[in-house]
Design a binder for this molecule. Structure first.
Ligand code: URA
Length: 213
């Protein structure tokens, strides 16, 4: 990988996203409105990959999944399964600490209408590559939804057709690491019961068993 590619919050590699963030900053001057850094331990046993910051969530607070519905569900689940010291994530200085775990997004900037275009997902993939390099030997990459899954497969230089997205699937890679798929804990998926609390909790139970923690 190119040494100049390290993530920083000044990244403006995607003109459409940079323009969008500038506009959002005018409407909501108190919001973070920059690329959102990952959160958690540096060398995780569990890396959780989401889609992209939400307008009033990660984009506002500067921490993935913080301030919106999906985050309430995710951080509650992490606490329930012993991956954090607090049940909720509120702001950058709320004292929340993750254990063994790190959270990132396939796309680091807020996309218009919550929909990144494929060029943006691809440009941001180098940052996901960096994250994946830090996942420990037998670690797990939990992909929340199709885009997180596809981005992770790409960042690992694997063939997409060998690894179709399937909720509940555990793909053991020959490096020892494991890709796990779950439906995204979005408001839509939880309201429609595509992803129930029980389904999500079962994924975390299996992850803990696999990680032997
Ligand atoms: N917030 C994030 O940071 N990522 C998501 O995928 C959803 C909400």
């Amino acid at each position: 990988m190119n040494n100049n590619s390290s993530f920083n919050t000044n990244c403006k590699r995607c003109p459409r996203l940079a323009k969008h963030l500038k506009r959002v900053n005018q409407d909501y001057p108190a919001y973070h409105s920059k690329p959102v850094p990952s959160f958690g331990v540096k060398q995780p046993k569990l890396l959780i990959v989401g889609l992209a910051p939400g307008l009033h969530g990660a984009n506002a607070t500067g921490r993935p999944f913080t301030g919106d519905h999906a985050g309430i569900i995710l951080y509650e689940m992490l606490y329930k399964h012993g991956f954090s010291n607090k049940i909720s994530s509120v702001s950058l200085n709320d004292g929340l600490k993750l254990a063994h775990c790190r959270i990132t997004n396939a796309v680091r900037c807020l996309p218009p209408e919550n929909k990144p275009i494929s060029g943006e997902v691809n440009k941001c993939n180098r940052y996901l590559e960096e994250e994946l390099e830090n996942v420990s030997g037998e670690g797990i990459i939990l992909c929340l939804g199709h885009i997180a899954h596809k981005s992770s497969i790409k960042a690992l230089s694997l063939k997409q057709s060998d690894y179709p997205f399937k909720h509940g699937k555990f793909y053991k890679l020959n490096t020892g690491r494991v890709i796990v798929d779950s439906y995204h804990c979005s408001r839509y998926n939880t309201n429609t019961k595509r992803l129930t609390e029980d389904m999500f909790s079962k994924i975390f139970q299996r992850i803990k068993k696999q990680l032997k923690i």
